[in-house]
Design a protein around this ligand. Structure first.
Ligand code: CA
Length: 238
């Protein structure tokens, strides 16, 4: 499927931001539908059946959250939220309402496009088997649970593999602390994020070229973590 076939709905009341998004997406051959409020967004989502939606939370007629919940009631459509960098609770609320990810305003073009590709990939991938991961010079087979670095086999504990697997299923997208604890440790440990932090630290020590400056397992302050994979493609020059 080429990007020309992907249709993206933008729900944002700020016409300048809508314009920037349109230009950016059309330059990558996405087709764009615009809506300036939640009511219009709701109509366009139902009539056009877009492949993804970018939704601003602060809309003039009603809360972006209610639009996300409404769309989630009838569609698995990937939803990306535009949010203020500092509003962690709003981001968590949007993810709980069914959004797949968020992009902080002001956003950078490569970041926004990477997020869009990630949510579209998630949708296309469906329930397919887990990927082989390559983090720089480290190769990880998540099915066989084998990790290999430049100096040979790397030992990861079963919990570390589970954690990595959970991040990899959502590669490129945010995974919240609550979701990670639930999926890796189980629902009875919900709310206990201390263990999570120490396991993330250990994983970084094993997998990151510079554990103090992680480039693969990235922290989203106050919200969760994101696994960023190297993307080959026209935007990367290195
Ligand atoms: Ca707004």
């Amino acid at each position: 499927m080429t990007q020309a076939m992907f249709q993206v709905l933008i729900v944002e009341d700020d016409s300048a931001i809508r314009g920037v998004l349109r230009t950016l997406l059309e330059a990558q051959h996405y087709r764009v539908i615009e809506a300036e409020n939640a009511g219009r967004g709701s109509i366009e989502a139902r009539s056009h059946r877009p492949d993804a939606a970018i939704i601003d939370l602060g809309l003039p007629d009603r809360d972006g959250l209610s639009l996300i919940r409404e769309i989630r009631d009838y569609s698995p459509l990937p939803i990306l939220v535009l949010s203020a960098r500092t509003l962690e609770s709003a981001k968590i609320a949007a993810l709980d309402a069914g959004a797949d990810d968020f992009v902080d305003k002001p956003f950078s073009a490569p970041e926004l496009l990477a997020r869009i590709r990630a949510v579209l990939r998630r949708n296309a991938r469906g329930e397919q088997q887990l990927p082989h991961l390559r983090l720089g010079r480290i190769e990880i087979d998540l099915t066989a649970r084998v990790a290999t670095g430049p100096d040979g086999a790397l030992h990861l504990t079963p919990l570390e593999f589970r954690l990595l697997e959970c991040l990899a299923r959502h590669a490129g997208m945010i995974v919240t602390h609550a979701q990670l604890v639930r999926e890796v440790w189980g629902p009875e440990r919900a709310g206990d994020t201390r263990g999570l932090r120490s396991y993330v630290r250990m994983l970084r020590q094993k997998l990151e070229p510079e554990p103090g400056q992680p480039r693969y397992i990235v922290t989203e302050a106050g919200v969760g973590y994101r696994l960023i994979l190297d993307e080959p493609g026209p935007e990367r020059l290195d």
